[in-house]
Design a binder for this molecule. Structure first.
Ligand SMILES: [Zn+2]
Length: 139
């Protein structure tokens, strides 16, 4: 699969695998599986979204560096350090929330590009837990 459809769908906040949706019920809440193709978005891997959080931090830091450089260069030789400091705090709070949905879908697209979905990624979750070994059996 080429990367263009994956990332195009991710930028539109759709399922990167099929383009279906909606994949978000609110700005900060993603459904566990695609409503169209049933892809499990966390790929059933514990800690899967750490990559998304890393991408979020990377984007936030990139926005901050660009804003800092613009503010410093445009106001040189007397940059307003207090305004830059307060603006930096505002950016560090605002940007992670603003980019949150895109970091989730983009991270999923990156993961699907390097580790394409397999059949078990689309299976329905087990609704009844399996009996534990060693549990008493009924006669
Ligand atoms: Zn899908």
């Amino acid at each position: 699969m080429t990367s263009l459809p994956l990332f195009s769908r991710a930028f539109r906040l759709r399922c990167p695998a099929c383009g279906g949706g909606p994949v978000f019920t609110s700005w900060l809440h993603m459904v566990p599986a695609c409503p169209v193709c049933a892809l499990h978005f966390d790929r059933e891997v514990r800690g899967y979204w750490l990559g998304s959080y890393t991408l979020n931090i990377f984007l936030t830091e990139t926005v901050w560096v660009i804003a800092f450089l613009l503010a410093a260069v445009l106001t040189w030789p007397t940059p307003p350090w207090d305004a830059i400091e307060y603006g930096s705090v505002g950016l560090m709070i605002l940007v992670p929330v603003l980019v949150f949905p895109w970091t989730k879908t983009l991270y999923l697209a990156i993961d699907l590009y390097f580790r394409p979905a397999e059949e078990e990624d689309f299976t329905a979750p087990h609704e009844t837990p399996r009996p534990r070994s060693g549990s008493p059996t009924r006669i």
